[in-house]
Design a protein. Sequence first.
Length: 268
Amino acid sequence: MEKTNQQLEPGKVTICVVNYKTEELTRLCLRSIRRYTEYPYEVIVVDNGSNDSSLEYLRTVSWIKLIERSPEEMKHTGSWAHGSALDIGLKECKTEYYMALHSDTLVHKKGWLRELVEMGDADTVCLGGGKLDLKPKWEIILKQCTDYKKWLRQMRDKNAEKFYIRTICALYRTEILKNEKMQFYYPETKMTCGKQLYMEFLERGYKTKVLTPWQMSEYIYHLAHATMVLNPEFSVRKRTEKKCKKQLERIFSSPIVKEIMQDDSLDS
């Protein structure tokens, strides 16, 4: 394994957030990080050619490193856009740990980052969870047993339903990612962002630590599909759209979120 010559700052995390036309979600995500994080950190935000008010907002946030991609660069969307943005953030990372965090994620516990870092030992290269599904276990099992679409996907692609630590909120050891020349997006596989990376960890014998949805929910809340729902250029199922809009309404009407959104000092 070729060693990187780059000196990484120990005991510090670089959090990478990808933004695409979701001003209020990104504002909430960044301000919640600012409010609840005590462990040493820095934040890189990669904007995927938004060219809207969300980009204008990000330019005013003094404590982040903003990387702007022009709309002309963004020939593809979805996993390509997100994964390649995380790769850009990784290239700029100079700290011991690198964290991928979705912009539709809200941090809600003081000391969250320190606790996540301390959950992994010296051999853990990746820590996080899968889908943050908080339904009762019996309901999840019932769905798995009756989901014929899942069976069809498995017949077409044996990797389709394999578990992987998702980039919703995932912590990585930067040195391993750089030394092994790993990526978040592998164009030849067409897999969801972060999936091939996780498979590479397992194939190369690296240790990962999987947290349950309930464990992850102690630290973050994820507004699944929010970016797609808020941007009409993406298509989502009506049921998903309705569910997501209800979640958005509930979250943004909660007292703690109202308090965070009104605290402009969290941007400076």
